[in-house]
Write a protein that binds this ligand. Structure first.
Ligand SMILES: CC(C)(COP(=O)(O)OP(=O)(O)OC[C@H]1O[C@@H](n2cnc3c(N)ncnc32)[C@H](O)[C@@H]1OP(=O)(O)O)[C@@H](O)C(=O)NCCC(=O)NCCS
Length: 327
């Protein structure tokens, strides 16, 4: 929801909607809180268009939130990591911390009861600064799981480790090997995070990779004895004031890692590390302001690998599937 439309959304709550003045004050306080929590956060974003919910604390303080509904369908890249119907709560709780977050999550729970979507392919979610540990407790108490983090890293070059594999941009002739590596990542991640092994997974991954092979230098492979055994799928992302990423990252040019995958039998031998050394130095050549990616905290490989590579959580996506599982 943009600033001028902050209150121009239909209300849905037990209380009348907070006035525009209250919402503006809450957003300003939230911005101050975010800045105190983590200096890498961009200014707290206004909620997107959706349905407003609101709540009051015992001392009368008013807090609010917007619920958005995103529908994902076969063929969309997000079909492989999102529920078909995602209800996202975007809180506007100012500086009220755990008490305010608990109040809007209760209101969200009532909202979900009213909507009564009992579908199995649904999710309820909140994306919130990872370092707000006071609120982390509240998310856990409401049955939400820290399924995905957006992690960031400084834009420094790295001293390349000695290479045991040949690392090069992927060619059109690598398509089958690249798709197999992308699918190895989907299969692994489906056990330990948000990814879903949908029937359309291979077709979807092939469609998003095939046209880029040999055309760009953002898909890299690691090759040993003529066999492709590692993949890094990356991008240079222009985070402009209208880009969707502006909600999570400071404005600027960012290096992004969408997928890193090493064949199961070749893991733990330094291939991921070598791929990332090449990718990080490639990002640095573009004068990026930082690098970012998403990983799943329950993934026992990536949750160790990425912090060792210099990444740390900025935002956590708290989620429960199906949505009815929220407490
Ligand atoms: C995550 C993943 C890409 C990492 O790739 P990898 O090649 O296994 O990673 P590396 O071997 O470079 O690094 C793992 C560890 O092995 C160590 N290692 C390096 N050389 C080694 C060697 N010769 N023998 C054994 N271990 C070695 C690395 O130093 C590193 O340990 P460290 O962090 O303590 O330094 C890989 O495990 C994978 O494909 N996982 C499944 C899919 C996945 O989770 N992808 C990420 C989604 S976000």
């Amino acid at each position: 929801m943009e600033p001028t439309a902050r209150t121009a959304v239909p209300g849905h709550g037990d209380l009348p909607l907070p006035t525009p003045v209250t919402i503006d004050a809450l957003l300003t306080a939230q911005e101050e809180r975010f800045a105190r929590l983590d200096r890498l956060l961009p200014p707290a974003p206004s909620p997107e268009p959706g349905e407003a919910v609101n709540a009051a604390l015992p001392d009368g303080t008013r807090v609010a939130a917007v619920v958005t509904h995103q529908r994902t369908e076969p063929g969309m890249p997000s079909w492989l990591w999102s529920a078909a119907d995602t209800y996202e709560l975007q809180p506007v709780v100012g500086h009220t911390g755990a008490a305010g977050m608990d109040a809007v999550l209760r209101a969200f729970r009532h909202w979900l009861d009213r909507v009564n979507d009992r579908g199995p392919d649904t999710a309820a979610t909140v994306i919130w600064p990872s370092r707000d540990v006071e609120c982390a407790r509240v998310f856990l108490d409401h049955g939400l799981q820290p399924l995905t983090v957006t992690a960031v890293r400084k834009p420094t070059t790295v001293r390349a480790p000695s290479l045991t594999v040949n690392i090069r941009p992927a060619l059109a002739s690598d398509e089958d090997a690249v798709v197999e590596l992308a699918m190895a990542e989907v299969r692994y991640s489906a056990n330990v995070g948000a990814a879903l092994l949908r029937a359309e997974a291979e077709r979807t991954r092939r469609a998003s990779l095939a046209g880029r092979l040999g055309m760009t230098d953002d898909v890299w492979v690691a090759e040993r004895d003529g066999m492709v055994i590692g993949l890094a799928e990356t991008a240079i992302v222009a985070n402009t004031p209208t880009a969707r990423t502006r909600r999570q990252l400071p404005i600027g040019l960012w290096g992004y890692v969408n997928c890193l995958s090493v064949l199961p039998g070749a893991r733990g031998a330094g291939i991921g590390q070598q791929l990332m050394a090449v990718v990080h130095n490639h990002f640095a050549g573009h004068r990026t302001s930082g690098y970012f990616l998403h990983y799943n905290p329950p993934n026992p490989l990536s949750s160790v690998f990425w912090p060792r590579q210099g990444y740390r959580p900025l935002w956590t996506q708290w989620e429960v599937r199906p949505a009815g599982g929220m407490r």
